[in-house]
Design a protein around this ligand. Structure first.
Ligand code: GLN
Length: 492
């Protein structure tokens, strides 16, 4: 079969359980596509064919023996931030370029237990700090829709791999938009769950109070299948929440769009730098939801101006603390011939960390230092609370909140945005992480250069089922999520 990569997760599951094709055939199909096409996309950091085929054979045996799960035998890609036993985990950083984890992240363990087959590890911004995936030490990944453009970041490899049909779906992480923005840039659906819904155990830490893992796929339905596998309490993550997990697939039609109140934040649609095409596509998608029975309600989110400065204080502060463990002693890159211990620390870290990571360690360390802690860090935490309260107030009158996922479509590779320009591009995603809320990106059309545009829907705590359900129904009434980049149409 030449078109296995066009099938949805549900169709793949049906095909495998009805023995229309085997997991080995499906896995080989994807490995061939990666071998032929990924030299153009550069989404994978590590491909693991032997292990994938071994897992595929085990999946086929389980399918035959009748002890398969709903997803047994379906391949996926993991962002290179999830620790994988026996397979290199780099987090896009030179400082980890020789790091092989002795254990699996809980998310990886869960996908294995579900019988999913890991194709390999995909590219990302160094330590998930960035919005283009260009800061990875292995180099940039291309956007399948226009190879001279970035796929977004930091989960750019995950987005590019799925958009080029080099994986049926993928895991990502989102600390300030890293699932939603690359999903938006690559025309995919991506869900950032409520903080605490998915275990952070074994995810290389960036900013621990903001980090959250989630699914990236073509449709809400495909995302729901992966959420069913990865969501849930984990005793190994102290901020993971003990709360019953929904059946996200069974709930796909449970939320009625009829009567749904969608909040439209006044402040969001007047942001300087909001691209006219992005604005137009998002407004058209909201019109469509209105036709489907939703009501649009104008709301105020008065803290909008505080999002970027608050996040870019708290995230670097946490990062500076998390990244202090990379000292050249315990793991990762170590400089040659250190003169003494200080020299070992200094040179290992200077050589191992890229410029954006170093910038954030410096900002974070400064903000946490004695004398500045109260003025910066404590103040940012207070503002963070106000941002959360702003959302909770809004949710008294609306069910979900709509926004673009990003003010623009994908940038050109090498556009060389200044740090401030890049940080401002995160305006629509950061507050969701600061408040710990769930949010989803759905593709809603293209700009004048045929680059994808995304709509973001933000929900109240634990509303993942509702968000997936709304997008699922939107996707049953539209076909944006079925559009494929030219490279995805190519056969291996
Ligand atoms: N672009 C944001 C940053 O650079 C968000 C990254 C993320 O979510 N990991 O921090």
């Amino acid at each position: 079969m030449t078109d296995l990569h066009r099938l949805s997760i549900r169709e793949l599951a049906e095909g495998l359980s009805q023995a229309k094709f085997s997991s080995r055939e499906l896995t080989e199909h994807y490995l061939q596509r990666i071998a032929k096409l990924d030299s153009q996309v550069k989404s994978y950091v590590t491909v693991t064919p032997e292990q994938a085929l071994r897992d595929a054979d085990a999946a086929d045996a389980a399918l035959k023996a009748g002890n398969a799960t709903a997803l047994t035998g379906i391949p996926l890609a993991h962002k290179d931030i999830f620790c994988t036993k026996g397979i290199k985990t780099t987090a896009g950083s030179k400082i980890l370029d020789n790091f092989i984890s002795p254990y699996d992240a809980t998310v990886v363990e869960k996908t294995k237990a579900a019988g999913l087959v890991t194709l390999g590890k995909v590219n990302m911004d160094e330590f998930a700090m960035g919005s283009t995936s260009e800061s990875s030490y292995v180099g940039a990944t291309s956007n399948p829709w226009a190879l001279d453009h970035v796929p977004g970041g930091s989960s750019g490899g995950s987005a590019a791999a799925v958009a080029a049909d080099l994986a049926p779906f993928a895991t990502g992480t989102d600390t300030g938009g890293s699932i939603r923005q690359p999903a938006s840039f690559c025309g995919l659906t991506g869900l950032k769950p409520t903080y605490g819904r998915v275990s952070r155990f074994g995810i290389i830490a960036y900013a621990s109070s903001l980090d959250q893992a989630g699914p990236m796929a073509r449709s809400a339905e495909d995302c729901a299948y992966l959420m069913n596998v990865i969501a849930g309490h984990d005793a190994k993550d102290s901020t993971s929440v003990k709360k019953e997990v929904d059946d996200y697939v069974a709930n796909l039609s449970n939320t009625s769009v009829k009567g749904l109140r969608i909040g439209i934040p006044k402040q969001y649609f007047n942001v300087v730098g909001l691209d006219a095409d992005v604005k137009a596509r998002v407004e058209e998608s909201l019109k469509k939801l209105e036709e489907m029975g939703a009501t649009l309600v104008e709301i105020d989110l008065n803290m909008t101006e505080a999002y970027v400065p608050t996040y870019y204080l708290i995230a670097p502060a946490e990062a500076s603390s998390n990244l202090s463990r990379y000292d050249g002693v315990r793991y990762g890159h170590r400089c040659e011939n250190p003169a003494d211990l200080m020299d070992l620390y200094k040179r290992s870290r200077s050589e191992g960390f890229g410029p954006e990571v170093q910038r954030r360690i410096l900002i974070g360390t400064y903000a946490l230092s004695a004398g500045y802690y109260d003025a910066y860090y404590v103040k940012a935490q207070k503002v963070r609370r106000l941002i959360q309260q702003d959302f909770l107030k809004a949710f008294e009158n609306v069910d979900v909140i709509a926004a673009p996922s990003a003010p623009t479509t994908a940038y050109k590779i090498g556009a060389n945005l200044s740090p401030t320009e890049m940080y401002l591009g995160d305006i629509y995603t950061l507050a969701v992480n600061l408040a710990g809320l769930p949010a989803i990106n759905a593709p809603v059309g293209f700009d004048k250069d045929s680059l994808p545009v995304g709509l973001q829907l933000i929900g109240n705590y634990w509303s993942e089922s509702q968000l997936l359900s709304i997008v699922h129904q939107y996707q049953q009434n539209t076909d944006w999520h079925t559009k494929r980049a030219a490279i995805a149409e190519e056969n291996a």
